[in-house]
Design a protein around this ligand. Structure first.
Ligand code: SF4
Length: 365
Protein backbone atom coordinates (compact mmCIF):
# COMPACT_ATOMS: atom_id res chain seq x y z
CA UNK A 1 0.00 0.00 0.00
CA UNK A 2 1.42 3.40 -0.88
CA UNK A 3 1.15 6.66 1.01
CA UNK A 4 -0.46 9.74 -0.53
CA UNK A 5 1.11 13.15 0.00
CA UNK A 6 -1.25 16.13 -0.14
CA UNK A 7 -1.01 19.87 0.41
CA UNK A 8 -4.02 22.16 0.81
CA UNK A 9 -3.88 25.62 -0.73
CA UNK A 10 -6.14 27.99 1.21
CA UNK A 11 -5.40 31.06 -0.91
CA UNK A 12 -3.32 32.54 1.91
CA UNK A 13 0.38 33.35 1.79
CA UNK A 14 1.67 30.52 3.97
CA UNK A 15 0.12 27.57 2.14
CA UNK A 16 1.12 29.13 -1.20
CA UNK A 17 4.70 29.50 0.04
CA UNK A 18 4.65 25.93 1.33
CA UNK A 19 3.68 24.61 -2.10
CA UNK A 20 6.61 26.55 -3.61
CA UNK A 21 8.95 25.31 -0.89
CA UNK A 22 7.98 21.64 -1.28
CA UNK A 23 8.17 21.73 -5.07
CA UNK A 24 11.61 23.38 -4.96
CA UNK A 25 13.15 21.48 -2.10
CA UNK A 26 11.51 18.06 -2.56
CA UNK A 27 10.83 17.73 -6.30
CA UNK A 28 10.72 13.94 -6.02
CA UNK A 29 7.80 13.89 -3.61
CA UNK A 30 4.66 13.34 -5.63
CA UNK A 31 2.30 15.78 -3.93
CA UNK A 32 -1.40 16.24 -4.73
CA UNK A 33 -2.28 19.89 -4.36
CA UNK A 34 -5.91 20.76 -3.63
CA UNK A 35 -8.03 23.72 -2.67
CA UNK A 36 -11.55 23.86 -1.23
CA UNK A 37 -13.59 26.43 -3.10
CA UNK A 38 -16.45 27.95 -1.10
CA UNK A 39 -17.60 29.89 -4.17
CA UNK A 40 -17.10 33.11 -2.19
CA UNK A 41 -13.36 33.69 -2.40
CA UNK A 42 -11.82 36.93 -3.59
CA UNK A 43 -10.75 37.08 -7.23
CA UNK A 44 -7.19 37.55 -6.02
CA UNK A 45 -7.35 34.05 -4.52
CA UNK A 46 -8.36 32.48 -7.83
CA UNK A 47 -5.52 34.40 -9.56
CA UNK A 48 -3.04 33.13 -6.98
CA UNK A 49 -4.12 29.55 -7.62
CA UNK A 50 -3.60 30.00 -11.37
CA UNK A 51 -0.11 31.38 -10.79
CA UNK A 52 0.73 28.51 -8.47
CA UNK A 53 -0.46 25.99 -11.05
CA UNK A 54 1.94 27.40 -13.57
CA UNK A 55 4.80 27.39 -11.04
CA UNK A 56 4.07 23.82 -9.91
CA UNK A 57 3.53 22.59 -13.45
CA UNK A 58 0.42 20.71 -12.42
CA UNK A 59 -3.21 21.30 -11.70
CA UNK A 60 -4.48 22.06 -8.23
CA UNK A 61 -7.57 19.95 -7.58
CA UNK A 62 -10.59 22.14 -6.84
CA UNK A 63 -12.83 20.57 -4.26
CA UNK A 64 -16.38 21.83 -3.89
CA UNK A 65 -18.59 20.76 -1.03
CA UNK A 66 -21.47 20.19 -3.46
CA UNK A 67 -21.04 19.33 -7.09
CA UNK A 68 -24.65 18.83 -8.06
CA UNK A 69 -26.29 22.03 -6.80
CA UNK A 70 -26.97 24.93 -9.16
CA UNK A 71 -25.93 27.20 -6.30
CA UNK A 72 -22.39 27.76 -5.08
CA UNK A 73 -21.37 25.71 -2.02
CA UNK A 74 -21.79 28.49 0.57
CA UNK A 75 -25.30 29.46 -0.56
CA UNK A 76 -26.30 25.83 -0.79
CA UNK A 77 -25.36 25.16 2.84
CA UNK A 78 -26.73 28.50 4.07
CA UNK A 79 -30.13 27.42 2.81
CA UNK A 80 -29.82 24.10 4.62
CA UNK A 81 -28.96 26.04 7.79
CA UNK A 82 -32.09 28.17 7.41
CA UNK A 83 -30.15 31.41 6.73
CA UNK A 84 -28.18 31.08 9.97
CA UNK A 85 -24.92 32.92 9.23
CA UNK A 86 -21.77 31.20 10.49
CA UNK A 87 -19.79 32.88 13.25
CA UNK A 88 -16.65 32.22 15.25
CA UNK A 89 -18.83 30.36 17.77
CA UNK A 90 -20.87 28.35 15.28
CA UNK A 91 -18.47 27.84 12.42
CA UNK A 92 -20.49 25.42 10.30
CA UNK A 93 -18.88 26.79 7.12
CA UNK A 94 -15.40 25.45 7.86
CA UNK A 95 -16.74 22.01 8.61
CA UNK A 96 -19.12 21.76 5.66
CA UNK A 97 -17.12 23.66 3.03
CA UNK A 98 -13.52 22.80 3.87
CA UNK A 99 -13.02 19.88 6.22
CA UNK A 100 -15.66 17.47 4.95
CA UNK A 101 -14.74 17.84 1.24
CA UNK A 102 -11.08 17.31 2.21
CA UNK A 103 -11.85 14.14 4.14
CA UNK A 104 -14.02 12.84 1.28
CA UNK A 105 -11.16 13.53 -1.14
CA UNK A 106 -8.78 11.50 1.02
CA UNK A 107 -11.23 8.70 1.74
CA UNK A 108 -9.43 5.82 3.41
CA UNK A 109 -6.05 6.46 1.75
CA UNK A 110 -3.08 6.59 4.07
CA UNK A 111 -2.07 10.21 3.71
CA UNK A 112 0.59 12.68 4.77
CA UNK A 113 -0.85 16.18 4.78
CA UNK A 114 1.59 19.12 4.72
CA UNK A 115 0.52 22.17 6.72
CA UNK A 116 2.05 25.66 6.40
CA UNK A 117 2.17 26.71 10.06
CA UNK A 118 5.29 28.86 10.36
CA UNK A 119 8.17 28.58 12.77
CA UNK A 120 7.15 31.86 14.45
CA UNK A 121 3.61 30.69 15.20
CA UNK A 122 2.43 28.85 18.24
CA UNK A 123 -0.54 26.91 16.98
CA UNK A 124 -1.29 23.57 15.51
CA UNK A 125 -3.93 24.31 12.86
CA UNK A 126 -6.46 21.77 11.73
CA UNK A 127 -5.44 18.26 12.49
CA UNK A 128 -7.70 15.69 10.99
CA UNK A 129 -9.13 13.33 13.53
CA UNK A 130 -9.09 10.64 10.86
CA UNK A 131 -6.40 8.16 11.74
CA UNK A 132 -5.35 7.67 8.12
CA UNK A 133 -4.23 11.32 7.84
CA UNK A 134 -0.94 12.45 9.37
CA UNK A 135 -0.02 16.14 9.43
CA UNK A 136 3.54 17.32 8.85
CA UNK A 137 4.73 20.92 9.38
CA UNK A 138 7.75 21.56 7.11
CA UNK A 139 8.21 25.23 8.10
CA UNK A 140 8.78 24.48 11.78
CA UNK A 141 11.84 22.99 13.33
CA UNK A 142 9.41 20.50 14.88
CA UNK A 143 7.80 18.90 11.85
CA UNK A 144 5.64 16.49 13.90
CA UNK A 145 2.14 16.93 15.29
CA UNK A 146 1.51 17.49 18.98
CA UNK A 147 0.04 14.02 19.23
CA UNK A 148 3.23 12.38 18.00
CA UNK A 149 5.42 14.46 20.30
CA UNK A 150 3.23 13.51 23.26
CA UNK A 151 3.62 9.85 22.38
CA UNK A 152 7.33 9.78 21.62
CA UNK A 153 8.30 11.79 24.71
CA UNK A 154 5.81 10.25 27.13
CA UNK A 155 7.22 8.57 30.22
CA UNK A 156 5.75 5.25 29.12
CA UNK A 157 7.85 5.34 25.92
CA UNK A 158 11.19 6.30 27.47
CA UNK A 159 12.52 2.74 27.25
CA UNK A 160 11.49 2.43 23.62
CA UNK A 161 13.19 5.72 22.69
CA UNK A 162 16.37 4.73 24.57
CA UNK A 163 16.42 1.43 22.67
CA UNK A 164 16.11 3.27 19.39
CA UNK A 165 18.82 5.71 20.43
CA UNK A 166 21.27 2.87 20.81
CA UNK A 167 20.18 0.87 17.77
CA UNK A 168 19.50 3.21 14.84
CA UNK A 169 21.94 5.27 12.83
CA UNK A 170 22.39 8.75 14.30
CA UNK A 171 24.67 11.68 13.52
CA UNK A 172 26.00 11.91 17.03
CA UNK A 173 25.25 9.95 20.19
CA UNK A 174 25.63 12.81 22.64
CA UNK A 175 25.49 12.09 26.35
CA UNK A 176 23.27 15.12 26.99
CA UNK A 177 20.80 13.98 24.32
CA UNK A 178 20.63 10.55 25.94
CA UNK A 179 20.19 12.07 29.39
CA UNK A 180 17.29 14.24 28.21
CA UNK A 181 15.65 11.33 26.42
CA UNK A 182 15.71 9.30 29.62
CA UNK A 183 14.48 12.10 31.89
CA UNK A 184 10.79 11.68 32.81
CA UNK A 185 8.48 14.64 32.23
CA UNK A 186 6.54 16.07 35.16
CA UNK A 187 5.57 19.32 36.87
CA UNK A 188 9.19 20.47 37.10
CA UNK A 189 10.19 19.18 33.66
CA UNK A 190 7.29 19.73 31.25
CA UNK A 191 7.03 18.05 27.87
CA UNK A 192 7.62 21.30 25.99
CA UNK A 193 10.87 21.92 27.85
CA UNK A 194 12.12 18.40 27.19
CA UNK A 195 11.24 18.68 23.53
CA UNK A 196 12.90 22.08 23.05
CA UNK A 197 16.09 21.04 24.81
CA UNK A 198 16.36 17.96 22.61
CA UNK A 199 15.76 19.99 19.44
CA UNK A 200 18.41 22.48 20.56
CA UNK A 201 20.94 19.61 20.54
CA UNK A 202 20.11 17.86 17.27
CA UNK A 203 16.91 18.21 15.23
CA UNK A 204 17.89 15.59 12.66
CA UNK A 205 18.65 12.92 15.22
CA UNK A 206 15.39 13.58 17.00
CA UNK A 207 13.53 13.26 13.68
CA UNK A 208 15.32 9.99 12.97
CA UNK A 209 14.22 8.64 16.34
CA UNK A 210 10.61 9.70 15.77
CA UNK A 211 10.60 8.21 12.28
CA UNK A 212 11.93 4.92 13.65
CA UNK A 213 9.35 5.03 16.47
CA UNK A 214 6.55 5.40 13.93
CA UNK A 215 7.50 2.10 12.30
CA UNK A 216 5.59 0.21 15.00
CA UNK A 217 2.50 2.37 14.75
CA UNK A 218 -0.40 2.70 12.32
CA UNK A 219 0.57 6.23 11.22
CA UNK A 220 0.90 6.53 7.42
CA UNK A 221 4.64 7.22 7.62
CA UNK A 222 5.14 3.77 9.15
CA UNK A 223 4.86 2.48 5.59
CA UNK A 224 7.63 4.66 4.18
CA UNK A 225 11.24 3.47 4.22
CA UNK A 226 12.55 6.96 3.67
CA UNK A 227 11.12 10.38 4.44
CA UNK A 228 13.34 13.27 3.31
CA UNK A 229 11.91 15.79 5.76
CA UNK A 230 13.54 13.87 8.58
CA UNK A 231 16.76 15.61 7.49
CA UNK A 232 15.14 19.07 7.36
CA UNK A 233 16.15 21.55 10.05
CA UNK A 234 14.44 24.59 8.55
CA UNK A 235 12.60 27.14 10.62
CA UNK A 236 10.81 29.58 8.35
CA UNK A 237 9.25 32.76 9.70
CA UNK A 238 7.02 35.44 8.19
CA UNK A 239 9.77 37.29 6.31
CA UNK A 240 10.92 33.99 4.71
CA UNK A 241 7.39 33.44 3.40
CA UNK A 242 7.33 36.79 1.59
CA UNK A 243 10.79 36.07 0.18
CA UNK A 244 9.70 32.66 -1.16
CA UNK A 245 6.64 34.15 -2.82
CA UNK A 246 8.57 37.03 -4.36
CA UNK A 247 11.54 35.02 -5.60
CA UNK A 248 9.37 32.32 -7.18
CA UNK A 249 7.58 34.90 -9.31
CA UNK A 250 4.22 33.80 -7.86
CA UNK A 251 4.12 36.94 -5.73
CA UNK A 252 2.25 37.85 -2.59
CA UNK A 253 -1.56 37.60 -2.93
CA UNK A 254 -2.75 41.00 -4.09
CA UNK A 255 -5.10 41.62 -1.20
CA UNK A 256 -2.10 41.94 1.15
CA UNK A 257 -0.98 45.05 -0.75
CA UNK A 258 -1.20 48.10 1.46
CA UNK A 259 -3.49 50.93 0.32
CA UNK A 260 -3.17 54.41 1.76
CA UNK A 261 -6.00 56.43 3.30
CA UNK A 262 -6.28 59.75 5.06
CA UNK A 263 -8.70 60.80 7.74
CA UNK A 264 -8.78 64.10 9.68
CA UNK A 265 -5.33 64.90 8.23
CA UNK A 266 -3.89 61.64 9.58
CA UNK A 267 -2.44 59.12 7.17
CA UNK A 268 -2.90 55.36 7.45
CA UNK A 269 -2.60 52.15 5.45
CA UNK A 270 -4.87 49.18 5.29
CA UNK A 271 -5.14 45.86 3.49
CA UNK A 272 -6.77 42.51 3.99
CA UNK A 273 -4.95 40.13 6.27
CA UNK A 274 -6.24 36.77 5.14
CA UNK A 275 -7.66 34.63 2.41
CA UNK A 276 -11.05 32.96 2.66
CA UNK A 277 -14.54 34.18 1.89
CA UNK A 278 -14.86 37.91 1.24
CA UNK A 279 -17.47 38.15 4.01
CA UNK A 280 -15.55 36.10 6.54
CA UNK A 281 -16.67 37.00 10.07
CA UNK A 282 -13.07 36.73 11.28
CA UNK A 283 -12.10 39.94 9.54
CA UNK A 284 -11.53 43.03 11.60
CA UNK A 285 -13.57 46.21 11.22
CA UNK A 286 -10.79 47.95 9.30
CA UNK A 287 -10.86 45.05 6.83
CA UNK A 288 -14.60 45.52 6.34
CA UNK A 289 -13.85 49.18 5.59
CA UNK A 290 -11.15 48.02 3.15
CA UNK A 291 -13.70 45.74 1.47
CA UNK A 292 -16.24 48.57 1.27
CA UNK A 293 -13.76 50.97 -0.29
CA UNK A 294 -11.71 48.59 -2.46
CA UNK A 295 -14.39 46.07 -3.48
CA UNK A 296 -17.74 47.82 -2.94
CA UNK A 297 -19.58 45.25 -5.08
CA UNK A 298 -18.49 42.44 -2.72
CA UNK A 299 -19.31 44.54 0.34
CA UNK A 300 -22.87 45.07 -0.85
CA UNK A 301 -23.19 41.37 -1.62
CA UNK A 302 -22.06 40.65 1.96
CA UNK A 303 -24.71 43.10 3.19
CA UNK A 304 -27.43 41.20 1.41
CA UNK A 305 -26.81 38.22 3.67
CA UNK A 306 -27.66 40.29 6.75
CA UNK A 307 -31.37 39.73 7.21
CA UNK A 308 -33.82 38.29 9.72
CA UNK A 309 -31.63 39.58 12.56
CA UNK A 310 -28.46 37.83 11.38
CA UNK A 311 -25.34 39.98 11.03
CA UNK A 312 -21.70 39.16 10.24
CA UNK A 313 -20.40 41.10 13.22
CA UNK A 314 -21.57 40.55 16.77
CA UNK A 315 -22.72 44.02 17.74
CA UNK A 316 -23.00 45.93 14.51
CA UNK A 317 -24.55 45.45 11.10
CA UNK A 318 -22.64 46.30 7.94
CA UNK A 319 -25.14 49.10 7.24
CA UNK A 320 -24.16 50.70 10.57
CA UNK A 321 -20.46 50.10 9.96
CA UNK A 322 -20.36 52.16 6.76
CA UNK A 323 -21.91 55.31 8.17
CA UNK A 324 -19.33 58.05 7.41
CA UNK A 325 -18.70 58.91 11.09
CA UNK A 326 -18.25 55.25 11.96
CA UNK A 327 -15.76 54.70 9.11
CA UNK A 328 -13.80 57.71 10.32
CA UNK A 329 -13.73 56.36 13.86
CA UNK A 330 -12.62 52.86 12.73
CA UNK A 331 -9.83 54.36 10.64
CA UNK A 332 -8.61 56.65 13.41
CA UNK A 333 -8.62 53.80 15.91
CA UNK A 334 -6.66 51.67 13.47
CA UNK A 335 -4.08 54.44 12.92
CA UNK A 336 -3.56 54.65 16.69
CA UNK A 337 -3.23 50.89 16.99
CA UNK A 338 -0.78 50.81 14.08
CA UNK A 339 1.41 53.46 15.71
CA UNK A 340 1.73 51.36 18.85
CA UNK A 341 2.59 48.13 17.08
CA UNK A 342 4.83 49.73 14.44
CA UNK A 343 7.34 50.46 17.16
CA UNK A 344 7.80 46.71 17.53
CA UNK A 345 7.17 45.44 14.02
CA UNK A 346 7.69 46.71 10.47
CA UNK A 347 4.84 44.54 9.13
CA UNK A 348 1.34 45.89 8.77
CA UNK A 349 0.30 42.26 8.74
CA UNK A 350 1.49 41.88 12.31
CA UNK A 351 -1.27 44.24 13.31
CA UNK A 352 -3.94 42.77 11.11
CA UNK A 353 -2.84 39.25 11.87
CA UNK A 354 -3.11 39.49 15.60
CA UNK A 355 -6.31 37.49 15.54
CA UNK A 356 -4.98 35.03 12.99
CA UNK A 357 -4.55 32.39 15.62
CA UNK A 358 -8.21 32.28 16.48
CA UNK A 359 -9.05 32.05 12.81
CA UNK A 360 -9.52 29.04 10.72
CA UNK A 361 -6.39 27.18 9.78
CA UNK A 362 -8.21 25.44 6.93
CA UNK A 363 -9.15 28.81 5.43
CA UNK A 364 -6.30 31.17 6.17
CA UNK A 365 -2.93 29.45 6.25
S1 SF4 B 1 -13.19 31.89 5.22
FE1 SF4 B 1 -14.44 32.40 7.00
S2 SF4 B 1 -16.57 32.35 6.20
FE2 SF4 B 1 -15.29 31.26 4.71
S3 SF4 B 1 -15.39 29.09 5.30
FE3 SF4 B 1 -13.57 29.96 6.32
S4 SF4 B 1 -14.28 30.61 8.36
FE4 SF4 B 1 -16.10 30.31 7.05
Amino acid sequence: MSVRHVLGISGGKDSAALAIYMKTKYPDLDIDYYTCDTGKELDETYRLIEKLESFLGKQITKLRAVETSHENPFDHFLKIKGGFLPSSLVRWCTKSLKLEPFERYIGTDLTVSYVGIRGDEDREGYISTKTNIQSIFPFRRNIWSEEIIKKTLSNSNIERMLDLFSSIELEKRSARFLELLGQPIGMDFPLQQKHNLILDINIRDFNRLVFAFLKDTSYPLALENYFPLVEDESNLVRSDIFKLLDESGVGVPKYYKKESFEVNGEKGEYSRSRSGCYFCFFQQRIEWVWLYEQHPDLFFQAMEYEKDGYTWGQNESLAELIKPERIKQIKLEFIQKTKGVKKQSPFLLDILDEEEEVGCAACFI
